[in-house]
Write a protein that binds this ligand. Structure first.
Ligand code: AMP
Length: 227
């Protein structure tokens, strides 16, 4: 199965993608994570992308498309994948369609996670993670049980993303509305789009996504169809 999670920054795409990888044989492909790794490693791509990401703008299409094309050819992506944060522009969506056709595959579903902007700013500016194991937290909603100690690994260092400040979050939302939102129409026209309420609890969102991926038997059958 090849799946795209679409939605503004902070909608919970990463959280839901991570949960889905645990339930199904799928790998999570996050262009944001790949780009942050390139920045941390100081590669040529990382040097080009770093300043753009700090401003909350989108990295040029050709760079991101090259990154994802390379990633699709790694062995572990053969079983199927969840694209988290890609595509983000119509040019990227068209490139994805081409990349999949070239590999004899096709996109199965696009899940749009619907959330409102003000809630997103609060969600994003509160989030932080364990520097050691990556476990995610949120101030004030999900704090470590013992203050300053990671619940999962006992680590005591925590990190916040550089682009999770209010000013940069607003720029990222602006980029989403201007450049990524048009993908909703693009995928609706392909009949692949399903929407879920991203404001609900994590478990409820998860359930809604699973229902969108595996609709109950007969859900889309026209009346009177055989069988
Ligand atoms: P994310 O972790 O998905 O929120 O991405 C963090 C930042 O990486 C974004 O604000 C962009 O600057 C950059 N980025 C990630 N994915 C893409 C993409 N598909 N196209 C362009 N820029 C991207």
């Amino acid at each position: 199965m090849i799946l795209v999670l679409l939605g503004p920054p902070g909608a919970g795409k990463g959280t839901q993608a991570n949960l889905l990888t645990k339930q199904r044989s799928l790998v999570q492909l996050s262009t944001g994570d790949m780009l942050r790794a390139a920045v941390a490693a100081g590669t040529a791509l990382g040097r080009k992308a770093g300043a753009i990401m700090e401003r909350g703008e989108l990295v040029p299409d050709d760079l991101v498309i090259g990154l994802i094309a390379e990633r699709l050819d790694q062995g572990d992506a053969g079983q199927g994948y969840i694209l988290d944060g890609f595509p983000r522009t119509i040019a990227q969506a068209e490139a994805l369609d081409r990349l999949l056709v070239e590999r004899g595959k096709q996109l199965d579903r696009v899940i749009e996670m619907k959330v409102d902007d003000d809630a997103l700013v609060e969600r994003i500016t509160g989030r932080f993670a364990c520097a050691h194991c990556g476990e995610g937290y949120h101030d004030p909603y999900k704090m470590p049980k013992v203050p300053g100690v990671c619940d999962r690994c006992g680590g005591t260092n925590f990190v916040r993303r550089k682009d999770d400040t209010e000013e940069v979050v607003r720029a990222r939302l602006k980029a989403y509305h201007a450049q990524t939102e048009p993908l909703i129409g693009y995928y609706k026209a392909q009949g692949k789009l399903r929407g879920v309420d991203g404001m609900a609890d994590i478990a409820l969102v998860q359930k809604a996504i699973n229902q969108a991926l595996d609709p109950p038997e007969g859900a889309h059958k026209p009346p009177n169809s055989p069988g």
